[in-house]
Design a protein around this ligand. Structure first.
Ligand code: PHE
Length: 332
């Protein structure tokens, strides 16, 4: 083998070795050491270069070119490395200790209100109810008019809400979903519709300008108040436990007749707590969706999700649900 070939072989090996070594460099302390090893006055490239004088003159050019190419390549590897090492040390980079225990990220949990909504949905699905959703930015027609609450009726006050520039409003109840469903689906139908509702209430321990409701609706031939009672009773036994007591109080809603508010007995508070409104779907509402009220009857209810959660878990203040304090949330 000619010396020129040996030189070129050596240069290739040096280049490969340098590339590997420089790539693996993680500490500035070893950087200078490596640089001297390859590019120093007595370094590997200098040693190859010293053999140059012995290469026959017609091959000098080729060998010299290769030497320069490798030298330039290694120099630029070092200068690139210097830049990244600089950022490493700026971030107080430490060599990775693979034997150290890893960082533990605790998995999150579903928000307690989400858990309650899921549980309620599960119970009603077992009773054969379908899940539907409606828009939060609702029209005046669905939130009021179609629910038998005309503009001049005083019942508007109790369902007052926030009005958007678009002419829409933030729904103040999930009842508009009843109308949307009945417009599209003819009886028999059984649905529940969970979601956010809004009211211009001042915030305190039991009020929030935004809260959640779950609407229920069943329409068929021969549906009676007894069915409403049966369904709500079954729900309460499942959700709060066997033996849970319910109380139906006569009430007024423009979209149901007769109407009731339903309380659940709380052992912890030693008192009744109102958790839902309900009643038989008003013939006027059926008329607005062109369902024959002589043939079909139905019941509807709307429950307050925060109220259910407060009662079930003994939460004293509704604001806890919205403050995102992990000490509170982690308990669920
Ligand atoms: N929408 C009523 C409310 O928000 C509750 C309700 C729903 C009452 C369905 C009767 C029937 O207070």
């Amino acid at each position: 083998m000619y010396l020129r070939d040996i030189m070129i072989e050596d240069l290739k090996k040096i280049e490969i070795e340098a590339r590997a070594e420089i790539t693996l460099l993680t500490e500035a302390a070893h950087f200078e050491e490596a640089k001297i090893k390859y590019l120093g006055r007595k370094g590997l490239l200098a040693a190859v270069s010293a053999q140059m004088s012995q290469v026959p003159s017609d091959k000098k050019r080729e060998a010299g070119q290769e030497l320069n190419r490798v030298k330039n390549a290694i120099e630029s590897l070092f200068s690139d490395k210097q830049k990244t090492l600089g950022t490493f040390s700026a971030h107080a980079y430490k060599k990775i200790d693979a034997s150290m225990p890893g960082t533990f990220y605790s998995p999150g949990t579903l928000h307690p209100l989400t858990q309650v909504i899921d549980e309620v949905i599960g119970i009603f699905r077992h009773l054969g109810f379908d899940l539907v959703e409606g828009p939060e930015a609702e029209t005046e027609y669905y939130n009021f008019e179609a629910l038998n609450i005309p503009l001049n009726h005083p019942a508007r006050d109790s369902f007052d809400t926030f009005y958007l520039d678009s002419g829409r409003l933030l729904r103040s109840q999930t009842s508009p979903v009843q109308v949307r469903v009945m417009e599209k689906t003819k009886p028999p139908l059984k649905i529940i519709a969970p979601g956010k509702v809004y009211r211009p209430d001042a915030t305190d321990a039991t009020h929030s300008f935004m809260f959640h409701q779950i609407e229920g609706l069943m329409v068929d031939e021969g549906v009676s108040f007894a069915h409403l009672k049966g369904v709500l009773f079954a729900f309460a036994q499942e959700f709060f436990g066997k033996g849970t007591k319910l109380r139906f109080r006569p009430h007024f809603f423009p979209f149901t007749e007769p109407s009731a508010e339903i309380d659940i007995w709380s052992e912890a508070r030693n008192s009744w707590l109102e958790v839902l409104g309900a009643g038989m779907v008003h013939p006027q509402v059926l008329k607005s969706v062109k369902i024959d009220s002589e043939k079909y009857t139905g019941f509807a209810f709307g429950m307050g999700v925060e109220r259910l959660a407060m009662l079930k878990y003994g939460v004293e203040d509704i604001r806890h649900f919205f403050e995102n304090d992990l000490r509170f949330l982690r308990q669920f």
